[in-house]
Design a protein around this ligand. Structure first.
Ligand SMILES: *Cc1c(COP(=O)(O)O)cnc(C)c1O
Length: 375
């Protein structure tokens, strides 16, 4: 049975763009230009303008975007790349696919963003890059990382931003991937703020050479047919996805504003529940609320009670990466572990109604006041 109040509502989003999507699909089908072509070029141009960067290179998915951005800045097998322990597995998976080693660091306990001093302290002779993750829809303090790297032994360390969850977000007026030498990766997985009808992703940068490197890596290592300068991969955004993304991009500012309004209303409704730790926005951030995450005691029991009431809550993410089978290390990152054990994502999407939020919060209050379930 699908939940009464779902975590996301992709059908409502589709209803708004259905007409434009159908018209665009018809055009692509008529021309049979399924890979590349004017829809992809048009989307890349429009997303670059929206994202405040000079170049947007469409790729097959967000994981590829992280991998190709890392490879473009020179990460190769054997290098170390610093990654927060509390992120989606793809951030570390992209590092591992290059043959490089993810080195985990803890997060700030309030914002859940990368702990900048910890990241700087983790730099060693093999460190090639740091991947700050713009988690839940707000940007990590990249400028603090930059300042920490400047002039130090870390000045050769590159920053590759994982911007999968923050389409439209800014920090101190800056967008991901903008500025000298900067590069960011994003994902158009259907559930992201800007979601395709399948997989998609993009690399964002102002740097022409980095953009060209990503494009080359993603098109079999060459920009001219049958000229393969380097060993590349096949990672392209297809034309049908570009149609969807162009239609949705026109709605994105409005959809992000609706997410912000819903987040503010949750803040207000939850203010009276003292067992609930509200999400923290870092000063200087324009947050686009990919996820509205609170922290609660006895999270698993609370989640089960919400599910029983038809509330589609979620956990992002239940296991910190250093505790997963793929990336287990003996180390401990206490803040990341605390977040993983207590975090709870409440339903949040642009079409969520105030009455639904009130139902969610009433159910959460009941779940929190229920007796602890016996083991
Ligand atoms: C979604 C996501 C990715 C990966 O994107 P895909 O398109 O699913 O490959 C990477 N990093 C983070 C933080 C994400 O949320």
């Amino acid at each position: 049975m699908s939940p009464r109040i779902p975590l996301v509502d992709l059908a409502a989003a589709h209803a708004e763009v259905a007409h434009a999507v159908q018209a665009g699909f018809a055009e692509v089908l008529a021309t049979t230009g399924f890979v590349g072509g004017p829809q992809v070029a048009g989307f890349e141009r429009e997303y670059a303008a929206f994202g405040g960067v000079r170049h947007c290179v469409g790729v097959a998915n967000g994981t590829d975007a992280v991998e190709l951005a890392l490879r473009a800045v020179g990460v190769v097998a054997g290098d170390e790349v610093i990654v927060p322990a509390n992120t989606f597995a793809a951030t570390a998976g992209a590092v591992a696919r290059i043959g490089a080693k993810p080195v985990f660091v803890d997060c700030d306990p309030a914002t859940c963003l990368i702990d900048v001093p910890a990241a700087l302290a983790a730099i060693g002779p093999a460190t090639k890059a740091i991947v700050p993750v713009h988690l839940y829809g707000q940007l990590a303090p990249v400028e603090e990382l930059q300042a920490g790297l400047a002039g130090s032994a870390g000045s050769a360390v590159r920053i590759v931003e994982d911007a999968a969850q923050c389409q439209g977000a800014t920090r101190l007026g800056r967008t991901p991937g903008s500025g000298p030498g900067a590069i960011a990766a994003t994902s158009f997985y259907p559930g992201k703020n800007l979601g395709a009808y399948g997989d998609g992703g993009a690399v964002l940068t102002d740097d022409e050479d980095l953009a060209a490197a990503v494009r080359k890596l993603g098109s079999h290592g060459g920009l001219v047919k049958y000229a393969h300068d380097i060993a590349g991969v096949n990672s392209r955004l297809d034309a049908l996805q570009a149609v969807v993304l162009r239609a949705k991009l026109r709605r994105l500012p409005e959809w992000n504003a609706a997410r912000q309004a819903a987040a503010a209303y949750y803040d207000k409704l939850l203010a009276g529940l003292d067992q609930v730790t509200l999400p923290t926005t870092l000063p200087g951030n324009e947050h686009v609320w990919h996820l509205y995450t609170v922290q609660v005691p006895e999270r698993d029991a609370v989640l089960a009670r919400l599910e029983a009431e038809g509330i589609g809550a979620g956990i992002h993410y239940p296991v910190p990466l250093h505790r997963t089978g793929a990336f287990a290390t003996g180390a401990s990152y206490p803040h990341a572990e605390h977040v993983a054990a207590h975090t709870l994502s409440l339903p949040l999407h642009p079409h969520l109604m105030r009455e639904q939020q009130e139902i969610v919060v009433a159910a959460l209050a009941r779940a929190l006041s229920a007796q602890p379930s016996r083991p």
